[in-house]
Design a protein around this ligand. Structure first.
Ligand code: PMP
Ligand code: GLU
Length: 430
C-alpha cells in the first residue's frame, strides 16, 4: 500500500528534536556506549511521595472528565497561581490538559493570525504552527548580547507584518537560554502588545525553577491580554505525568479563548487523565513540605547549571549567565575557522561532531530557530550525574543530610566534571 503524506507532515517536518535525541542517547546507553547527555531537558528528581500517594489513591478513577478539567483541580490551580503570581485568579479562568505542550497547540490553533517568536525559542512552538499552516514571524537576536529580547525588534516585526492579528509566545525563564525577562522589559512588552492588540502566550513552565531573580509574569502588566501556561513537569519533575495548565485573562474575552482551546482539546485528547487530575489537586495544595521540596530541587538545578556555566566561562566560551531552569546556550563562533577545517560549518555539524568525537549529546541552536551557521548549542544540565532514578534519589538523600548544593556539585558530579574536561580538550584540539 502507498500513501501520500499530508503537506504539513510531508514537507520536512521532523520528529521533535528533544524527544529524538533522548531516544538516541537511551539507545546508545542500551548498546553500552558512553554518552554525556546534555541533549534533553527533564527534571530527574523523584516524584514527591505525597503526590505519588495521591495518585495511588486515585488510580481507580476511570471515567472521562470535563474537557477543561475537574472543578476541584481548576480551583486548586487558580489558588496556587493566585499565590505565586500575586493576582486574583478564579477557577473558570483555568484549563488543564495532558501537558502544556498540548495547550500551546490548542491556543495556537484556536486564534487567527500569526505567531511571533523570539529567537532562540523552544523547539516545538514553530513546528506546532506548521501543523496547521500558521505563519510564524521571528524576532531575531544575536549571541553578542546573549540573545536578549529587544522590544524594538518586536515593534519592527509588528510594523512589517502583513497579518492583522498576532500572538506572541514568551518564555521566561527560557528554554533554551536560561534567561529571564526583567519586570521593566515585561512592562515595555506589555505596552507594545496592548497598543498592537497582541495576545501573549506566556510559557511560564519554568517559573518555579527561577534562581537568578524572582519570577514575574507579564500577566501582572497585561492581565487582559495574557494566557499563562504552566504545569508540573519542571518544578515537580513530573514530565511523564502529562499535566499542563493555562490561565486565560479574566472576563468575556478570556472565556471565549478558553472555550476555543477546550474545543480543540475535546476533539484531540478529550480530557487529561482522570487519576492524574485528582492527584494533581494534592500537587497544587498550599503545602510547605511540597514548597520546600520544589526549592531544594531548584537549588540543585541552579548549582549544577551554574557549575557548567562557570566552566564554560573559564574556557572563554560566550554564554549568558543562567537565571532559571536547567539550560545554557553557549556560542562557538569564535572557533569558526578551525571548526571549518573539521567540516563543521553549522550548529547541526557542531552537535554531531561533539557527539561523534567527544560523546557529548547536545542540541544544535538551529533547532531553536537560530541561523544555521551560528555555532550555538543548547546544553541541558538535567541528566548528567542523574542518569538513573537511583542516582537522582541519592542526590536528594545527600541534600537531605545537609550537604550543600555546592558541595554536592564538587564531590558527587564526576559526569559534569568529565563534560568540562572533554570540552576543554575539544577546544584545545582546534
Ligand atoms: N515549554 C517549554 C519551554 C518546555 O521546555 C516544555 C518541556 N518540554 C514545555 C513547554 C512542555 O512541557 P509539558 O508538555 O510537559 O507541560
Ligand atoms: N522540555 C524538554 C526539552 O526541551 C523536553 C520535553 C519535550 O520536548 O516535550 O528538552
Amino acid at each position: 500500500m502507498k500513501f501520500t503524506l499530508s503537506p504539513s507532515i510531508g514537507n520536512g517536518l521532523s520528529p521533535s528534536p528533544t524527544l529524538l535525541i533522548n531516544e538516541r542517547v537511551r539507545q546508545m546507553w542500551a548498546n553500552g556506549e558512553t554518552v554525556y547527555h546534555l541533549g534533553f531537558g527533564e527534571s530527574r528528581f523523584p516524584a514527591h511521595p505525597k503526590v505519588v500517594g495521591a495518585l495511588v489513591e486515585n488510580a481507580s478513577r476511570q471515567s472521562y472528565l470535563p474537557s477543561a478539567g475537574i472543578p476541584e483541580l481548576r480551583q486548586a490551580v487558580a489558588d496556587f497561581h493566585s499565590r505565586q503570581l500575586q493576582v486574583d485568579i478564579s477557577a473558570d479562568q483555568v484549563i488543564v490538559a495532558p501537558g502544556s505542550k498540548a495547550l500551546l497547540f490548542a491556543f495556537q490553533m484556536a486564534v487567527a493570525g500569526a505567531t511571533i517568536l523570539h529567537t532562540p525559542s523552544w523547539v516545538s512552538y514553530e513546528p506546532q504552527s506548521q501543523l496547521f499552516n500558521r505563519p510564524v514571524l521571528r524576532i531575531p537576536a544575536s549571541p553578542q548580547d546573549g540573545h536578549s529580547l529587544q522590544p524594538a525588534g518586536l515593534q519592527r516585526v509588528l510594523h512589517n507584518s502583513p497579518h492583522d492579528q498576532h500572538l506572541l509566545i514568551l518564555n521566561s525563564p527560557s528554554n533554551p537560554t536560561g534567561q529571564m525577562l526583567e519586570p521593566e522589559l515585561l512592562e515595555e512588552i506589555a505596552d507594545i502588545c496592548r497598543r498592537g492588540n497582541v495576545l501573549v502566550l506566556s510559557d511560564e513552565i519554568y517559573g518555579l525553577t527561577a534562581f537568578g531573580r524572582e519570577h514575574v509574569s507579564i500577566s501582572r502588566y497585561y492581565p487582559e491580554g495574557t494566557v499563562v501556561l504552566g504545569g508540573k513537569s519542571k518544578h515537580l519533575s513530573l514530565g511523564g505525568w502529562r499535566l499542563g495548565t493555562a490561565i486565560v485573562p479574566p472576563g468575556e474575552g478570556g472565556q471565549q479563548l478558553l472555550q476555543a482551546a477546550a474545543k480543540v482539546g475535546s476533539e484531540l485528547w478529550s480530557t487529561a487523565s482522570a487519576p492524574i487530575q485528582y492527584a494533581a489537586i494534592t500537587a497544587y495544595a498550599d503545602d510547605s513540605e511540597l514548597s520546600a521540596y520544589i526549592s531544594k530541587c531548584t537549588e540543585l538545578h541552579a548549582a549544577r547549571t551554574r557549575y557548567l556555566w562557570r566552566g564554560l566561562c573559564e574556557l572563554d566560551v560566550p554564554c549568558a549567565e543562567p537565571m532559571g531552569g536547567f539550560y545554557l546556550f553557549p556560542n562557538f563562533d569564535h572557533w569558526r575557522k578551525p571548526l571549518a577545517a573539521r567540516r563543521v560549518h553549522t550548529s547541526v555539524d557542531l552537535a554531531r561532531h561533539l557527539l561523534d568525537e567527544w560523546q557529548i549529546a547536545t542540541l544544535p541552536g538551529a533547532d531553536f530557530g537560530t541561523p544555521a551557521t551560528e555555532l550555538s548549542l543548547r546544553l541541558s544540565t538535567s541528566y548528567v550525574d542523574l542518569e538513573t532514578d537511583q542516582k537522582a534519589a541519592k542526590m536528594i538523600e545527600l541534600a537531605d543530610q545537609g550537604i550543600t548544593a555546592e558541595q554536592l556539585v564538587r564531590d558527587y558530579h564526576p559526569g559534569l566534571q568529565e563534560v568540562l574536561a572533554r570540552l576543554r580538550n575539544f577546544l584545545s584540539s582546534l
